[in-house]
Write a protein that binds this ligand. Structure first.
Ligand code: GLA
Length: 382
């Protein structure tokens, strides 16, 4: 059943608006967004849609097709309560941010339906918040600045849900473009498109199905370790950089002995990763997919050993992919579980799946899901 049919079944009326926002995979540039660095994500052909019918009263009724659950509240009771389930919190939290920035809110009947796997590190929550923001801004008939939407979506996560994420997922979910990767500079949130049409190469997602335990607290810990590194470097350099992404490689080398080993590793990852993003942009422009693949492997190494956000399952998936002979593979997103991405010849996709699935299952006891994704457009009203 599609979103319109589901909406009609639940509320016995057709929606007035439907918004759609995609999930993402990040090609390269991991744990750089909150460090004022670079990233190169793509939007994928997995979406969350939200359908809306207006109401005359301030009631918000919402049905989640994925969770098969229903919730309701009014536009006057947006404060966070501990009883709300997470998916409903995202809906309330989005309205809470909209109210805070002065957008008039009206009642609505909503249906949410999507095919971005939840909790797999493909940014289903960014897709949901971006989709809801676009929908309610359209419904309110107000003028808005599109580039502020990712910032509102991040506020939902940071201030309402309590996840201290950066801006990458929201930015790509909104600004993604078919057959293009988005090169983002997080120092100033500027971005440009880099053609990413791979012709004979497939982009495969490998979902490890490993639970992302402690992901949020470990993520916050990495953020504070980076802040600590920045403070030490600023003192050593007598500078006032706002982000690690502003520190030059030579400056890092001149101060590296003053950094505790663990912090040094974190900083080294960020500096190396930013360099790799620039290289990958260049390689893509030259059509050198082999070169891109090598850098994906390097990023995985760096995330596993310097930044320490990989896991046994992610490493196993990347090792097996390398053994098979893919062009490149690495964990994508925050880490601690979730997915890897794999670049490989289109004609070898089936052979790859038959190779990797049983071996991965044998080593981890988990049955992964492996599927090809297409690079797709960002959020819009359908
Ligand atoms: C998560 C966060 C992003 C980013 C990545 C790591 O996806 O939501 O902001 O920090 O992890 O690159």
């Amino acid at each position: 059943m599609n979103t319109i049919e589901l909406h009609k079944n639940i509320y016995d009326k057709l929606p007035r608006f439907i918004s759609q926002a995609p999930g993402r995979v990040n090609i390269i540039g991991e744990h750089t967004d909150y460090n004022g660095g670079y990233a190169l994500p793509v939007a994928i052909d997995r979406y969350i849609q939200v359908a809306l019918s207006p109401r005359k009263d301030p009631l918000i009724r919402v049905y989640s097709g994925n969770f098969q659950k229903y919730g309701e509240f009014t536009t006057r009771e947006l404060e966070r309560t501990e009883d709300d389930e997470l998916w409903l919190r995202y809906v309330k939290g989005t309205l809470w941010v909209l109210e805070d920035i002065g957008i008039p809110l009206y009642g609505a009947d909503l249906t949410i339906l999507g095919n971005v796997p939840t909790g797999a590190g493909l940014s289903s929550s960014a897709a949901l918040t971006v989709s809801l923001l676009l929908l309610f801004l359209t419904y309110a008939e107000v003028k808005y600045e599109k580039k502020l939407i990712p910032i509102y979506a991040q506020r939902v996560e940071n201030e309402y849900i309590g996840v201290n994420c950066g801006l990458m997922d929201q930015t790509i979910s909104l600004f993604g473009k078919k057959d293009n990767a988005l090169f983002i500079d997080f120092k100033n949130l500027g971005f440009s498109y880099v053609p990413f049409k791979l012709k004979d190469t497939a982009l495969l997602v490998f979902d490890t199905k490993a639970k992302r335990t402690l992901a949020s607290s470990a993520y916050n810990k990495r953020r504070s370790e980076c802040e600590e590194g920045l403070a030490i470097l600023n003192r050593c350099l007598n500078k006032d950089y706002r982000y690690l992404g502003e520190v030059e490689k030579e400056e890092f080398f001149s101060c590296r002995d003053g950094l505790p080993p663990l912090i040094r590793n974190r900083v080294k990852h960020v500096i190396g990763e930013n360099e790799r993003v620039i290289k990958v942009v260049d390689l893509l422009k030259r059509g050198d997919i082999g070169g891109v693949g090598e850098l994906l492997f390097k990023t995985h190494e760096s995330l596993a050993h310097l930044y320490e956000v990989s896991s046994f399952e992610l490493d196993t998936a990347v090792d097996l992919a390398r053994e098979f002979g893919v062009i490149g593979a690495r964990m994508t997103g925050a880490g601690f579980g979730g997915c890897t991405i794999n670049l490989l010849d289109r004609e070898k996709v089936d052979e790859f799946k038959s190779y990797i699935v049983p071996r991965y299952r044998e080593k981890t006891g988990l049955t992964p899901s492996v599927y090809e994704v297409e690079v797709s457009d960002g959020a819009h009203i359908l």
